[in-house]
Design a protein around this ligand. Structure first.
Ligand code: GUN
Ligand code: ZN
Length: 429
């Protein structure tokens, strides 16, 4: 049993306007799960010996961050200069991803990637691997070692990429199915069928991926959609028999409530309406969208249309794996569209919100009793400027805004996964 006493913030319901904040809270963890949570006074009254608690009076505990879209083989692609999406893929990304054909390289990189997420407070993620099954094996193995709740998939790509990256409609599906059987639902791991995007998949492969998804309805689907104007034009030419970009997924059985589509910046009204109707998830990748010059996701318009939205780093199009940095960029993109993202809305998004839209909310994303004990402990004193600014604010909202605007991974004093400390960095201890 582990006892923690600190300030605690989470969203018991999937509504950013109803946070639960406990100024002096206690969490009781047993067998990786939250057995009890509440004000210290109440738990003490119930007979709990608070002298045994790890006590961090000024820190802030929150559910571990969830990153619903990033690329495992792109840690060495981050900060690649001078191009937009299609050239960025060809010039930088594909050559890097080719290195993941080698098991030894993939294994070593998987440990680095998992450690990088944990030191940034990310405890769950939806990750794209390379097209090589060994890259998915490597990532699942590394995540299992840390007991992470992680969903991943090998990318399917059977055209428009170097030969070293191409699978076929057949091998792509047989490799994916073998990975589903080996990993989906084992420990805390899950599988996502991962057609990279309609630029690198033939209609035959998209159809095969849709058929696979129909046979495994509790497996996720992840891909990219309407990120860049040149991409959209190119895809129109590649798939002329489809009504639009969305239809290349929709008509092939790849658009449903478990489908996570990265970007969704330039959708037409009809696409937005059909996307919303399908209950699919548009994944907002603000850092990547700015870095690659892709455009401003119409966050408010999509929300008003009833689209489910996740917030993600999109490493390596994104320039930071840190979900706090992701929120800083999300705020700025919204500002450019006359919307000021509320700090409660922002932190809800990277915890409970991302859990809800991905259907992981039965397991993670909040501190409800019985949930898996994944959390971050943030300590403002680890960054002098944040500490100074946070000391001067009068509300929790303002404190959160400082964390998401001026904070970064240095704020993360501890990341706990399934009740166990997975990362700790206490400056000054
Ligand atoms: N579209 C297809 N592949 C990718 C990728 O790896 N990153 C981004 N940002 N967009 C893509
Ligand atoms: Zn992506």
């Amino acid at each position: 049993m582990r006892l923690l006493r600190s300030r605690m913030l989470h969203w018991p319901q999937d509504d950013w306007q109803s946070p639960e904040y406990i100024e002096d809270g206690v969490m009781v963890i047993e067998n990786g799960k939250i057995r009890d949570l509440g004000p210290a006074e109440r738990l003490q009254g119930d007979g709990l010996d608070l002298a045994k608690a790890e006590h961090y009076a000024t820190h802030l505990m929150m559910p571990g961050f969830i990153d619903p879209h990033l690329h495992f083989p792109q840690i060495d692609v981050m900060a690649s200069y001078g191009v937009q999406l299609l050239d960025w893929l060809n010039d930088y990304t594909f050559p890097q991803e080719a290195r993941y054909a080698e098991a030894a390289f993939s294994n070593q990189a998987a440990h680095t990637f998992v450690d990088l997420m944990l030191r940034n407070g990310t405890t769950s993620a939806f990750a794209f691997c390379s097209s090589h099954a060994v890259s998915a094996e490597a990532l699942f193995t590394a995540a299992k070692k840390k007991q992470m709740r992680l969903v991943a998939g090998k990318v399917l790509m059977d055209q428009n990429a170097p030969a070293a990256l191409l699978d076929t409609a057949e091998t792509g599906i047989s490799d994916s199915e073998a990975l589903i059987q080996r990993w989906h639902g084992h420990d805390r791991l899950g599988y996502a069928i991962t057609p990279r995007f309609s630029g690198t998949s033939t209609a035959l492969q998209l159809r095969a991926a849709g058929d696979l998804s129909e046979r495994y309805p509790d497996v996720w689907v992840q891909s990219h959609l309407s990120e860049n104007l040149a991409e959209i034009d190119w895809i129109r030419g590649l798939h002329p028999h489809y009504r639009d970009y969305l239809a290349t997924y929709e008509d092939n059985g790849l658009l449903g409530a478990r489908s996570l589509m990265g970007h969704c910046i330039h959708m037409s009204e009809s696409e937005i309406e059909r996307f919303s109707e399908a209950g699919a998830v548009a994944v907002f990748c603000p850092s990547s969208n700015l870095f690659l010059g892709s455009g401003l996701m119409p966050y408010q318009a999509l929300r008003s249309a009833g689209v489910h939205i996740g917030f993600a780093s999109d490493v390596g199009g994104g320039t930071s794996i840190c979900m706090l940095r992701t929120l800083a960029d999300a705020y700025k993109i919204c500002q450019l569209q006359q919307y000021s993202l509320d700090p409660f809305e922002a932190f809800h998004a990277i915890t409970r919100g991302n859990a809800s839209v991905t259907h992981l909310d039965g397991f993670v994303g909040s501190f409800r009793i019985g949930a898996e004990a994944d959390f971050v402990r943030l300590d403002a004193s680890q960054i002098p400027l944040v500490s100074r600014r946070a000391a001067a604010v009068r509300s929790l909202r303002d404190e959160l805004f400082i964390y998401m605007t001026l904070g970064d991974e240095r704020l993360v004093a501890e990341t706990t996964v399934f009740g166990e400390v997975a990362y700790r960095n206490e400056v000054g201890l």
